[in-house]
Design a protein around this ligand. Structure first.
Ligand SMILES: [Fe+2]
Length: 308
């Protein structure tokens, strides 16, 4: 098989991989495809650097990891898209989200989360590729929740055994109950505002706080600070304090990698395992990315059943 080169991510030895020298013509080779799938599950996030071919390579790569999915918030909207499998991830000063975070105005900022926590079926990941990069800022952060679980104190592991977390769609980060604090909402994008009306977000979703990764047996600490409302059956001060304590163990610098984008990068991640965030840009900047979404369902999410 044609080889590609793999090394660790800058400053992060415990998860993730940087792939270079990948020839798009080799993506039909079954051995290459299998090696890439194994790398994705083993490492959680894979940065492809310098692969030619742009959108075509992004689509060909994504298809290796699963069928493409149209984002539930994008279906039926008229948002301009370069391809039906590509969801735009864009900040433009006149339209995008702007928040004040730690005294700084940030466009396109997104707090730590996994995609789709507020629905029962969680997609398996995606590949993000830049179209327009800002002059400053605009990093994408990743946290490994397998490493996060391994580093939890044993007493805390015992206390969270068997618990689940309740999620709902919340477009305003200042109202998030958990995770990093956001000072102020300055401007909300219409995409986020309209999202609250979508049929898929009208019932809360529930996901286990810990689950076992298929194929490897590794335990994943599975909590999205953004969208979390509390622990199922413990939506009270005690439950909130426990979830706050767990999330404090997740949001540790040693579990993080912040990707500084280059024009010829693509980043693949495992959404069942990794948290991600967007650090945002100064509000005068423009940042335009396109992402594929890899269809899938880890089979452990459910809808809240209301008692009447
Ligand atoms: Fe996301």
């Amino acid at each position: 098989m044609d080889e590609f080169h793999v090394c660790s991510l800058p400053g992060q030895e415990s998860f993730g991989a940087l792939v270079t020298e990948l020839d798009p013509a080799s993506l039909t080779d079954p051995a290459i495809r299998q090696a890439l799938r194994e790398l994705w599950i083993e490492k959680g996030v894979v940065v492809f650097r310098g692969a030619p071919g742009g959108l075509d390579t992004q689509l060909a790569l994504s298809e290796i990891f699963g069928e493409a999915q149209v984002h539930p918030m994008m279906a039926g909207t008229d948002i301009a898209s370069v391809h039906k499998a590509i969801a735009p991830v864009e900040f433009a000063p006149e339209e995008g989200n702007i928040y004040e975070v730690n005294g700084e105005l940030l466009g396109g900022y997104l707090p730590w989360h996994f995609d789709g926590a507020y629905v029962d079926r969680i997609n398996h990941g995606g590949i993000l590729r830049p179209h327009v990069l800002p002059n400053r800022g605009g990093d994408t952060g990743f946290i490994d929740q397998i490493a996060a679980y391994a580093l939890l104190p044993d007493a805390l592991k015992a206390r969270i055994e068997g618990l689940s977390v309740v999620y709902s769609y919340q477009p305003d980060f200042t109202k998030a109950k958990f995770g990093s604090r956001v000072d102020r909402l300055v401007q909300m994008s219409s995409l986020f505002r309209e999202g609250t009306k979508h049929a898929s977000v009208q019932v809360r979703a529930i996901h286990p706080l810990v689950y076992v990764q298929a194929g490897t047996g590794r335990k994943v600490l599975h909590v999205s600070p953004w969208f979390a409302e509390g622990i199922e059956g413990m939506e009270n001060a005690g439950g909130d304090a426990l979830l706050t304590e767990v999330i404090a163990h997740v949001l540790k610098p040693e579990l993080m990698y912040f990707h500084k984008w280059q024009a010829d990068d693509m980043v693949l991640w495992d959404n069942w395992r990794m948290l991600h965030c967007a650090t945002g840009v100064p509000p005068g900047e423009t940042r335009k990315m396109g992402r594929t979404t890899i269809v899938g369902d880890y089979g452990l999410g459910r809808r809240e059943v209301m008692a009447f």
